[in-house]
Design a protein around this ligand. Sequence first.
Ligand SMILES: Nc1nc2c(ncn2[C@@H]2O[C@H](COP(=O)(O)OP(=O)(O)OP(=O)(O)O)[C@@H](O)[C@H]2O)c(=O)[nH]1
Ligand SMILES: [Mg+2]
Length: 339
Amino acid sequence: MSSVPKKTPRPKEDLAAPEKAPGAPGPEAPGPEAPSPHKAGFVAIIGAPNAGKSTLMNHYLGQKVAIVSSKPQTTRHKILGVLTEAQAQIVFWDTPGLHDSNKTLNQEMVSKALSALADSDLCLFLVDGERRDSAHQKALQTVQARKDMPLIVAINKADLIEPHKLPNLMAQLQDSLAPDRILAVSAKTGRGLKKLKKTLISFLPNSAPLYDEDTLTDQTLRAITAEYVREAIFELTHQEIPYSTAVTVDQFQEPQPDQPKPLYRLAVTVHVERDSQKKIMIGRGGQTLKHIGQKARLGLESFLEAKVFLSIFVRITDNWTEDRRTLADFGYLDPKEKS
Ligand SMILES: Nc1nc2c(ncn2[C@@H]2O[C@H](COP(=O)(O)OP(=O)(O)OP(=O)(O)O)[C@@H](O)[C@H]2O)c(=O)[nH]1
Ligand SMILES: [Mg+2]
């Protein structure tokens, strides 16, 4: 695997709800005589689009490995994220949100989520506590039909939910899914995430680590570059534009060893389906594209901890969301499934 290594310390979890007094032994402190066995396994984060799956995984990894936006259907791939601790390794699959669609791209996204679920030891069903629509129903049915594996339900966005509504929602999910555990969390504030992590670990199989402790994700830096540009497009354009856009990387030049300050030279192509979309993407006097470039560059500079020179080219690629060959070229389809 061409993995991206870790760099920063883990985030502080449960900022809103500290569980122990300073200096007191932590809940995970090993007992003197009975060291617990090492646990490791795959956890599929499953849910409707926009439930907060990528935000949750990023929080645990301490880095923005998966892009996040306020619009649904942001994640298009299944993305591996490895959280390594002394006694446990959780291998997360962040997945595209489950939803119904007759578009080829969207069907591919959903099938990636289903394959992640099929390959996992544990299902973490993330529910948007504030909004449950038809995609939530689809996610619910998928989770009900999962293979035999433990199920943890996390009601996310607890920071937005009126407290008196939680017990009812929990009871509904308990009735329809009979999960092994159900808890409320906020992937944004960190509330409940320490408890959720302990719960996940407790359901993982006894196993040695599955990945090297330095592994963070299966994505290459090239892929992350394309994703950061896509994130900026999701945040800065509207209506059908984000959904008609793909990003490919033309140039990925790493810093040269003799450079006094490390600089990445990156060039990407933004593909849209029609001329009208190209015009919107570029914007009046090039302003929209400029803002997209600035936002993506800042994100990449923070991720890569280096200066970034980013150039963006916009191109019309007819019908790419439907054409299987182009979808495969863009990495959204297994090359074997081109025709
Ligand atoms: N208030 C609040 N917002 C959250 C929370 N978790 C995520 N969000 C926001 O919800 C939106 C969607 O988050 P994502 O992490 O992209 O959701 P996702 O489930 O990965 O979405 P898809 O990739 O589209 O399936 C973003 O605007 C997040 O900032 C939370 O706990 N509280
Ligand atoms: Mg996502």
